[in-house]
Design a protein around this ligand. Sequence first.
Ligand SMILES: Cc1ncc(COP(=O)(O)O)c(C=O)c1O
Length: 392
Amino acid sequence: MELSERIKKVKPSATLVITAKANELRKKGIDVIGFGAGEPDFDTPDYVKEGAIRALKEGKTKYTPSAGIPELREGVAEKLKNVNKIQYLPSEVVITPGAKMGLYEIFAVLLNPEDEVIVPAPYWVSYTEQIKLCDGKYKTPLTSEENGFVFTADLLRESITEKTKAVVINTPSNPTGAVIPKKELERIAEVCLENNIMIISDECYEEFSYDEPHVSIASLSKEVRDITFTVGAFSKSYSMTGWRLGWVASPEKFAKAIASMQSQTVSNPTSFAQYGALEALKDGGKFPKMMRQEFMKRRDYIVEELNSIEGIKCVKPQGAFYVFPNITEYVKGNIKNDVDFASYLLEEAKVAVVPGSAFGAEGYIRMSYATSMDNIKEGLKRIKEALAKLRG
Ligand SMILES: Cc1ncc(COP(=O)(O)O)c(C=O)c1O
């Protein structure tokens, strides 16, 4: 029996090639330094674990309401009000099994076949594949390195067609770390309002904005809030990637549709994990602040070191925990593209990085600095040596 046309269109992740090669080397006992991780290198805080353990012991192990336990929906609505300055009723917040599932649900409840979504490139790998899974189409306007990879209202305006239904805003961004300034968010919101376009605001990295406070686009006005899906997660903020907990906050009509979709698919986010997340909300942002301070030091170090390498140009990212250096000067001879460059680093330097083409931007690599300073230092030393060899 043939697979569906839908699944045949979905690309397996290009990052898997490098990951598989890195794992092969590790199995042979070779010490590979990994810059591929998309998750903080900190343990989940103990008080969060305790919350989940307590829930397990108290027998909170059964189905919960599809949209999540009421306390957590209230807690997230409260956080969105106090920290993000957006008014949402608890009934407008749906707890999802990770932000990833939340995003998929948004595309599913929003898109009809042929509807278009604007996804600024470089983009996080799952947006385009999820849109395809929902029979939608996408446009991927490329942001410019000169502008720090910041998405702009002008770029948005140029990409709109009569089929455009939504735009994805991801600030701070994975993979570039770009942060969209408030002024630009205001212009983007204006274009969306003028053109009747919904905003899907992926704020998974909201806690990791280094140079200015994070701004949620839905906080700009009631009108903007009413056309926005605000997506967040416990995953990165509380180092809870394996817990699978995020949220989508949106006007009631959409929140109900997403909850209904959850009721027919996943049933609910894991019961005891939700009780752990309740404890995370009580910490008042202390844990993410600790990580932010550490990541900022690493960012400053890695950017400076990369820029000291001949032929590498690295924009200083303002958020998340990734750098996205330009490696085009090394694309010559046997190195035909960024995938070859990443393979060379793996084979020669035993350092794993992700090629930029996986994110819709050739000529770059993504490196995560969610790894120890010792690893960063050793990895950069190896990269420097391997590139010196390449230059001859
Ligand atoms: C930009 C972005 N959005 C969403 C997600 C998914 O987050 P979660 O683990 O909560 O599903 C990730 C994870 O890497 C991400 O980088």
